[in-house]
Design a protein around this ligand. Structure first.
Ligand code: NDP
Length: 265
């Protein structure tokens, strides 16, 4: 774990997320990194969780720090319960109660049919996307309830409504993640906690690039720009902007929603 200092030239006290503390799982790269930076730009202290790529995590923390807020990196694998428990303990010990949790950590499945896929892969996907998020919610909710406002945002996928062949472990995990979010939204509304889902389509990240290579043989994702909505493949920042709205005062009456961000399908 790496700590960084607070930069005195940070966002003002009137920044929309000033005084709030966020944890972004899988926040070191891709969509999670963009979310971490957006929350930091809006004034939040940001804890960045990652699994193994410490260099990317340190780079993201440095970028957060450059925005003038506190950032910290925490290694923990979302699919290992002991590591998730230690993560929850460490962030709260270091930074106080978390009032903004973004469950973004995720992995793709291998593209086999149900007949070809072994149960170990299904378990790995469920553990990473769903059980880790479930466990983190349980561990962080007591602290979150003590804060003026709480937010949980789950990063799902359009896969959860497409049910495409050869995606069963991933699709099952994202459908379950959405079920967790929507039940949690009802349970925690009276505690001032908002729970929402953002469901991206294809996004230009390492996962997105691997996906189009594996499924469509596309080596350069930018070649899909011309045939994509609005003339470009979705960027991590497009997802981050929706998250920053959902957790902002502007979304004070929004909870239990699934926001699809795919340029209209
Ligand atoms: P990337 O592969 O680019 O980044 C994944 C991030 O998650 C990294 O920070 C990685 O850390 C972390 N991570 C992976 N496994 C674990 C784990 N077990 N525990 C903790 N952290 C982990 O993925 P994206 O940014 O593309 O995806 C982010 C989320 O968005 C995922 O949930 C994905 O399913 C979803 N999504 C992505 C789409 C896309 O097209 N890219 C489309 C729809 C949804 P490390 O590098 O240390 O392993």
């Amino acid at each position: 774990m790496s700590a960084v200092t607070t930069n005195s030239a940070g966002p003002s006290d009137t920044a929309p997320l000033a005084g709030r503390t966020a944890l972004v799982t899988g926040g070191s790269r891709g969509i999670g990194r963009a979310i971490a930076l957006a929350l930091a730009a809006d004034g939040a202290t940001v804890a960045v969780n990652y699994r193994k790529d410490a260099e990317s995590a340190a780079d993201t923390v440095a970028a957060i720090e450059a925005l003038g807020v506190t950032g910290r990196a925490y290694a923990a694998s979302a699919d290992v319960p002991d590591e998730v428990a230690s993560l929850a303990e460490a962030v709260q010990a270091d930074l106080g109660p978390i009032d903004l949790l973004v469950c973004n950590a995720g992995i793709a499945s291998r593209g086999g049919t149900v007949a070809e896929t072994d149960l170990a892969e299904v378990e790995r996907l469920m553990r990473t996307h769903v059980y880790g998020a479930y466990q983190l919610c349980g561990a962080l909710l007591p602290g979150m309830r003590s804060r003026p406002r709480g937010d949980v945002v789950m990063i799902s996928s359009v896969a959860a409504k497409q049910f495409a062949a050869r995606t069963s472990p991933y699709t099952m995990a994202k459908v379950a993640l959405e079920a967790l979010a929507l039940t949690l939204a009802k349970e925690e509304r009276n505690n001032g906690i908002h729970v929402n889902v953002v469901a991206p389509g294809l996004v230009d990240t390492e996962m997105g690039r691997r996906l189009v290579k594996g499924m469509m043989g596309v080596e350069d994702i930018s070649t899909l720009d011309a045939s994509s909505p609005f003339g470009r493949v979705c960027r991590p920042e497009d997802i981050a902007d929706v998250v920053r709205f959902l957790v902002s005062p502007a979304a004070g009456y929004v909870t239990g929603q699934i926001v699809t961000v795919d340029g209209g399908g």
